[in-house]
Design a protein around this ligand. Structure first.
Ligand code: ZN
Length: 552
């Protein structure tokens, strides 16, 4: 048992033993940890279980403190569609995407009046994205309540605050009744609804600092612990693996800089202080989405100097959040996890001997296969829709009913014949798959896709990539990705820390859908049997079962 096993975080960052805490919080009688008044949920975008394991020995700040709490080093985003919006939708709802309805970042809605038919997960489908790319951000596509929604249903005085680098992270963590939201819109942190009112001073200051950094980028410095990872790997005409200075005026580069998560953290801490979260009469929720790790992963891969510097920076930002929480003297609980894992770029994986590592062939794009089908069946107009080469593929709804089954069968055969395709499921097959009863580590591919399947939103075909096939082409400056049903994209750490939590570590395959029922039990929020997909995790290895309240 580690020496900190009886310690809990309290005011001013002082870690007290249980006896001292009893003296501080209780005058007499039974001794128990104070009930949390503030729940803090941190999502680190693309923070895979592999990254957590690889960098754990180097953590010195917040991630080191959380590593001394309850640690599930290999939790699961169980579903197949391992993207940001679905992943975030599981964390505070307790439900897989099949129930949240968030099957992907974008899915096809053939009733949308624009050529690509793609609907973004937090886009208002009644006011679809206009030509200039602006859309109204909404939680309307999320079919279930979040922890924040449940808190406010019980006590309207509970406050729900969401701060994130991405709108979809803020919305999916916060839910339908967010009191305060701030997220980066590509140029500045903005709020919900995108109101004209001037932002508070902390947001103005962060936005001004970001604009200055974009105008006058600095050469990033590489931590000494990352020096050995600074090896250039050629990708096309460029290379990744070593740090470089961004071009002046490059707002996209801001998202891969260490300044991005620092800015999100600054605003989150600013909201914690200015709104006096946890210090009212009700339990509050602060949801924080640190998005830069994902942009670094996409732009540079997961194993270079860039990611090393980024992960160590996350450690520091989480440390600042914990220090700010300590200073409030409020009993708090922190949960930290990720929306999905990630895979390194094919070029570096190929160097390691994974010669099958590749990006999707152009021939797999739905438009290309759709053209072949149109020729074969002598059909006008688009035949297939899809957001990418893999995942949900939709047959055009204008297709004559008499031809539909034949076109679907032929499309399936064309996909199955491709060497990059593992298998193909039809919507009918997935709708008939029973709910899995085995641990998530043992789920079949069909069970993983079933957890991502929504009959009203999913494709007619689900195309499964082979392992180590990166699901996106080399575009928008992205060299690597996630999004597959394979475990490098599904495994994420799940860490609990704070009031009432006794440290332990287990390698059990728990799921991100278990987070909501676990937190609900901690704060006495009732859930009916079967109301959510997840189960309560007992955060006390001793005689006190933290799930008792949930089970009775
Ligand atoms: Zn993500």
């Amino acid at each position: 048992m580690p020496s900190h096993a009886t310690e809990i975080p309290t005011a001013d960052g002082i870690r007290l033993g249980v006896a001292a805490v009893c003296m501080a919080f209780f005058t007499a009688g039974a001794c128990a940890a104070p009930a949390p008044r503030l729940i803090v949920a941190i999502s680190v975008d693309q923070f895979s279980a592999d990254l957590f394991a690889a960098y754990r020995p180097l953590f010195r700040s917040g991630l080191r403190r959380l590593s001394g709490g309850v640690v599930y080093p290999s939790g699961y985003q169980s579903h197949a569609g391992t993207e940001t919006c679905p992943g975030h939708s599981t964390i505070l709802t307790g439900d897989h995407p099949a129930r949240t309805g968030i099957i992907a970042n974008d899915w096809i809605d053939q009733s949308v009046e624009r050529a690509d038919k793609a609907l973004y997960c937090v886009e208002d489908r009644l006011q679809p994205r206009s030509a200039d790319g602006r859309y109204r951000v909404t939680a309307d596509n999320l079919k279930v309540p979040t922890l924040g929604d449940r808190l406010k249903a019980r006590d309207p005085a509970s406050r729900v605050v969401a701060v994130a680098g991405k709108d979809r992270a803020a919305v999916m963590l916060g839910g339908h009744n967010i009191d305060v939201a701030w997220f980066w819109d590509g140029r500045a942190y903005v709020t919900l609804p995108q109101a004209a009112a001037p932002p508070p001073p902390i947001v103005e200051a962060v936005n001004a600092r970001a604009a200055k950094l974009v105008a006058q980028p600095r050469m990033p410095s590489l931590p000494a612990a990352c020096l050995s990872r600074a090896v250039a790997v050629p990708v096309g005409a460029a290379s990744v693996g070593t740090l470089r200075k961004a071009a002046a005026g490059d707002y996209k580069a801001f998202r891969t800089s260490l300044a991005f998560d620092q800015a999100t953290t600054d605003i989150a801490i600013g909201m914690l202080r200015s709104l006096r979260l946890g210090r009212g009469t009700s339990i509050d929720l602060l949801a924080i989405g640190l998005s830069a790790t994902d942009y670094v992963g996409h732009t540079y891969g997961t194993d270079g100097a860039e990611m090393c510097a980024q992960v160590l920076s996350v450690d520091g930002n989480v440390g600042r959040i914990l220090a700010a929480l300590d200073a409030t003297r409020v009993p708090y609980v922190v949960v930290l996890t990720a929306d999905h894992g990630g895979l390194d770029l094919p070029e570096r994986n190929a160097r390691r001997g994974f010669l099958q590592a590749a990006r999707p062939r152009d021939a797999l794009q739905p438009a290309v296969i759709g053209r072949q089908l149109a020729d074969e069946f002598r059909l006008p107009g688009p035949v297939l829709y899809g957001v990418g080469a893999f995942g949900d593929i939709y047959v055009a709804r204008e297709l004559p009913v008499s031809l539909r089954a034949q076109v679907l069968a032929r499309a399936r055969d064309l996909y199955l014949a491709d060497p990059q395709v593992e298998t193909v499921f039809t919507a009918e097959e997935l709708a008939a798959v029973p709910a899995p009863t085995r641990p998530v580590t043992e789920w079949s591919l069909a069970e993983r896709y079933r957890a991502s399947f929504d009959a009203t939103r999913s494709g007619d075909l689900l195309v499964v990539p082979r392992p180590y096939i990166t699901p996106i082409p080399l575009e928008h400056g992205y060299v690597a990705s996630h999004g597959s049903p394979w475990n490098y994209d599904r495994r994420v750490p799940i860490l609990f820390y704070g009031a009432g939590i006794t440290p332990f570590e287990q390698s059990l395959p728990v799921e991100t859908v278990d987070i909501l029922p676990t937190l609900a039990a901690l704060i006495g929020l009732p859930l009916a049997a079967g109301e959510v997909d997840g189960r309560c995790l007992d955060l006390d290895p001793g005689p006190v079962d933290s799930c008792d309240a949930a089970r009775h």
